[in-house]
Design a protein around this ligand. Structure first.
Ligand code: SF4
Length: 295
């Protein structure tokens, strides 16, 4: 049995490996980086009958992979903190996989306060109603709903929901009770400045991930066709040092969307999204800015 843990859970590996060995399993642990269900350690199946991927819900159907999310309870009464910010009587509710199992409790609590909560099924990358990922906000696109409550930590997911839907978004941290309305203004100003910097590049490397759940080769080919200054760069890991060595003065990222957003400071040159490259190539206007998602 092979075990794979995302970065935040890796330290639990030894204890889980020990417990499984005590149950009679032969175990091995993946030592490679892992950030999502998009990246199951398929090669370990050459050495094991089954791969258990912890921390994420199923994204890639495979008979020998077991996806084992880690659910974390929250106290539904913490939703009280978000109530003063909600304007609508019917709101969409989204969260990350850690809290999707709390859907009934969240719905009951909001309904006890006179608010109808809508949990919508998302696309093929998510498994639970109301679940969002850093690369998929499909569960937040709810017909007839103009306000969305994000229950979870971090700033990127609610920002993505706001940009993907145009809805008013309230973000609630279920541990601290901190609630706020999302404002994408600063994010957009930073992206605008980055696009202007990226315009000066003479040659663009269009990154294509070889990871199964991040591979957008067809999109990359379409981007390549937009300009004779773009060249496909195929890679397993998007590594800043390797990108520097390759020598392109800008990269267009079709791998995990969060690389271009969260990790910008790690890269030696601008790393832009497919839609941002389309703006540079003149086939998309800034007014039609789009957050990057994987279908
Ligand atoms: Fe997470 Fe990125 Fe993979 Fe999407 S592509 S599941 S955001 S690591």
């Amino acid at each position: 049995m092979a075990l794979q843990f995302p970065e935040g859970l890796k330290r639990r590996g030894p204890a889980i490996a020990r417990a499984l060995r005590d149950e009679g399993f032969q175990v091995l642990v993946s030592g490679d980086p892992c950030y999502g269900a998009c990246d199951p350690a398929l090669r370990l199946l050459e050495y094991a009958d089954v791969l258990v991927h912890f921390g994420h819900s199923e994204m890639i159907a495979h008979p020998d992979i077991i996806f084992e999310p880690l659910f974390m309870d929250i106290d539904p009464t913490i939703l009280e903190k978000a109530l003063p910010l909600l304007r609508e009587r019917k709101v969409g509710v989204v969260t990350t996989v850690q809290h999707v199992h709390m859907g009934e409790e969240i719905r009951d609590y909001l309904e006890s306060r006179g608010i109808e909560a809508v949990f919508q099924e998302g696309g093929s990358r998510v498994r639970y109603p109301g679940q969002v990922l850093g690369c998929s906000f499909s569960a937040a696109r709810i017909p007839g709903v103009s306000e969305v409550l994000y229950v979870g930590t971090g700033v990127f997911h609610p920002l993505g929901v706001q940009l993907a839907t145009g809805a008013r978004v309230i973000a609630l941290d279920p541990y601290t009770g901190d609630a706020r309305e999302v404002d994408a203004g600063r994010f957009l100003r930073i992206r605008h400045a980055l696009i202007e910097k990226a315009r000066k590049a003479k040659k663009y490397g269009i990154i294509v991930s070889l990871k199964q759940g991040q591979n957008r080769y067809t999109l990359a080919k379409r981007l390549e066709s937009l300009s004779d200054t773009g060249f496909l760069v195929m890679t397993e890991e998007v590594d800043p040092d390797e990108l520097l060595n390759l020598g392109f003065s800008c990269y267009v990222n079709t791998a995990c969307p969060r690389l271009a957003y969260d990790d910008q400071s790690r890269f030696p040159v601008p790393v832009i999204t497919p839609a941002e490259y389309e703006i540079i190539c003149g086939v998309r206007s800034w007014d039609d800015y789009q957050i990057d998602e994987i279908e």
